[in-house]
Design a protein around this ligand. Sequence first.
Ligand code: PAF
Length: 282
Amino acid sequence: MRTLRDIPALRETLGEYRQRGQRIALVPTMGNLHAGHLALVEAARRHGDVVVATIFVNPLQFGPSEDLDAYPRTLADDQDKLAQAGCDLLFTPDTAMLYPRGLDGQTRVCVPAVSEGLCGGARPGHFDGVSTVVSILFNLVQPDTACFGEKDYQQLAVIRKLVEDLHFPIEIVGVPIVRADDGLALSSRNGYLDPDQRATAPSLYRTLCELRNALEAGEPIATSLETGLARLRESGFEPDYLELRDADLAAVTATTRDAVLLAAARLGPTRLIDNLTLTLPR
Ligand code: PAF
């Protein structure tokens, strides 16, 4: 696997792939890779002839009081994992390479409506930062396909709309959540949890499973969500939100069948997110 840090070298290598008629699959990441990311690489291998991964801890998507500085940087380890997973090329630019005019001078991309509420409500500006960096990466790599995890359900919805609205000729592939044996969705932020918090963390998933069962059995939505919030608090979480939306993240109506439960909750300073899709009864 080759690792490139600058845009001209990236363009040259991508040009060689294209000349050979190879289909390019992109896996954007912020590094500190775990099995969830490697599932993205696996999916990319199925959808492309060459896999290009990116590692860039994107300052534009972190709020002023968030964990940008603490975010784990583990490049050597990540390179080994990507190479073993069959990635062909890693692009890992620095901030000055992607944002040469600095963050304040940077043109931004904003995807309306779907970026609002949920994580967009709790983290103002977060999805503008994601949409901006993903648009830049799409422009630089011009992949045929790009893979994103379904754990970040709202992010995936934002990126699907971005691709439609900006007419990027890119197929977006959503990859199912990878969970630890106890159900905890894999996340780079799980590494922040101390042993007690790590033992508590799977109750986020368990609460979502209980709620899904209740809702699929026809229990009323509002009281089920209140019970779910109380469960989370009893377990030691401070919930940011626990919501039921339709599969496109619009409000649930009497005719909604395909729905998704979404939660974000803090355990100490660590913010965890998770979601479960479900089918509401008629
Ligand atoms: O999901 C992530 O790791 C990031 O939000 C992404 C898509 C790589 C953009 O920085």
